[in-house]
Write a protein that binds this ligand. Structure first.
Ligand code: UD1
Length: 422
């Protein structure tokens, strides 16, 4: 790919930015539409590549899907194709989320092992174990997860770890199982609450959304619905870090500030002034940083801990902060590959196992760098804004999978960033 971003360092980012629906929610909500025959409408969809890719996955299963602006309309037939092994499956991680709905609706599924970011080992054992508890047989065969059940029944399921994807898949199968399912040590992310709300609107009986125990009373069938995707807290946090790193002043709209309580607290500790706005159209926050940020430690953990998706921004901020920061990655080991790119920019950072130690320097030094995943790519752009000279960020298709209108927003905030395609 010859496209890259050309980032001129030095600008202080100032202004307002609107954030739309979360990538990590919309794709699962689209999969949830498989659970009900008829037409489901999802609004506030982000205009990112993964949405049409997920639409292709649903089409391969027999749905009709249209995407117009921020609205996805999905018409699900009475009889679904249970084989999800189209080319689109390999291009995004969230495609695996059709597994639960297909097992729920068809009682059998063949789902190609998903693609997505190269951020470390991403096994599916918890997804499979959960489905087994509900009565399905599940194996990996010829590059696909195969699951088959005579009928699904409620069960008590303890997850080893509060996995987002496993919670979603088990939940989407359990809503159509006979009897009561309890998922213990369930994930608590805002995106999990979002899918629970949508499933409830479709007629599912779920209690405990947002807690670590989800109780699901299975129903015979679900009905289609209209649902608005929750605001993207990871994109919102990206702008918060952009303000802190460039000593800027950014007002973010469209994200519930409580979904970022810990992140905003960390930025306060780094010296930022943070104001939050609750509810209504103004919902969001403002981050203002005067002077050089102070170093802060970060530890990634499942929500409400500090999100692993934000770890590259924590590292990028630390590279230009005053003092030394320790960043601990507990979810995806390969996310530290980002540090090698930061070293090209002169960052004083080293890793030891799942810890990174970063000594802040006054200014980074521009260089060509390569994005290895969505967040790493966005983190490199923010780092480029804090470097002297022009930084080229390559492999930007990663960034474009997760950030609608990224360059436009950066330019609106006063950054000199161009997307070059030659
Ligand atoms: C989702 C997000 C991703 C985010 C992650 C953690 C999407 C499309 N992606 O990924 O951006 O970084 O949540 O917040 O929503 N694990 C197992 N066995 C399993 C499942 C997971 O060992 O069966 C492990 C993983 O290797 C990882 C940890 O559990 O170490 C968390 O993974 P999980 O929460 O499942 O992440 P995803 O749903 O893949």
């Amino acid at each position: 790919m010859s496209e890259h971003f050309r980032v001129q360092g030095g600008a202080r980012l100032v202004g307002e930015v609107d954030v739309v629906g979360a990538k990590n929610s919309v794709l699962k909500l689209m999969a949830a539409a498989l659970l009900a025959e008829g037409t489901t409408t999802i609004t506030n969809c982000p205009e990112i590549l993964d949405v049409p890719l997920m639409a292709d996955v649903l089409r391969s299963l027999g749905c009709e899907v249209t995407i117009e602006g921020d609205v996805a309309t999905i018409t699900t037939p009475a009889e679904l194709n249970h084989r999800a092994d189209s080319e689109a499956m390999g291009k995004l991680r969230a495609s695996v989320c059709v597994l639960g709905p297909l097992v729920g609706r068809c009682k059998r599924a063949v789902v190609a092992l998903p693609g997505g970011d190269a951020i470390g080992s991403r096994p599916l054992d918890m997804h499979q174990n959960g489905l087994r508890k509900l009565g399905a047989h599940s194996e990996i065969e010829h590059g696909c997860v195969v699951a088959e059940a005579e009928g699904l029944h409620g069960a008590q399921i303890w997850l080893d770890f509060p996995s987002v994807g496993a919670t979603e898949n088990i939940l989407m199968a359990a809503v159509l199982a006979e009897g009561t399912t309890i998922i213990d040590n369930a994930a608590r992310e805002p995106e999990i609450i979002d899918i629970c709300v949508m499933l409830q609107e479709m007629g599912a009986k779920i209690e405990g959304a947002g807690t670590s125990t989800l109780t699901v009373q299975g129903v015979q069938s679900l009905r289609p619905t209209q649902h608005r995707v929750v605001g993207d807290r990871i994109v919102g946090a990206t702008w918060a870090f952009a303000a802190a790193m460039t000593r800027g002043d950014i007002r973010v709209r469209g994200v519930n500030p409580h979904h970022l309580d810990l992140v905003l607290e960390k930025l306060r500790m780094a010296g930022a002034q943070v104001t939050t706005f609750e509810g209504g159209e103004d919902e969001g926050f403002r981050v203002v940083m005067e002077g050089r940020p102070r170093s802060v430690d970060f530890v990634t953990l499942p929500y409400p801990g500090f999100a692993t998706d934000l770890q590259p921004f924590a590292i990028a901020l630390s590279t230009v902060s005053e003092g030394t920061s320790m960043i601990t990655e507990n979810l995806f080991e390969a996310r530290f590959r980002f540090i090698e790119e930061m070293q090209r920019l002169g960052a004083d950072a080293r890793t030891d196992g799942h810890h990174a130690v970063v000594r802040g320097i006054e200014r980074l030094s521009s260089a060509p760098v390569w994005a290895s995943d969505i967040r790493a790519g966005a983190g490199l752009v923010l780092a480029g804004l804090c470097a002297d000279g022009v930084t080229e960020v390559w492999e930007i298709f990663h960034v474009e999978r997760g950030y609608p209108g990224f360059v436009e927003n950066l330019r609106k905030l006063g950054a000199e960033v161009d997307r070059i395609s030659d």
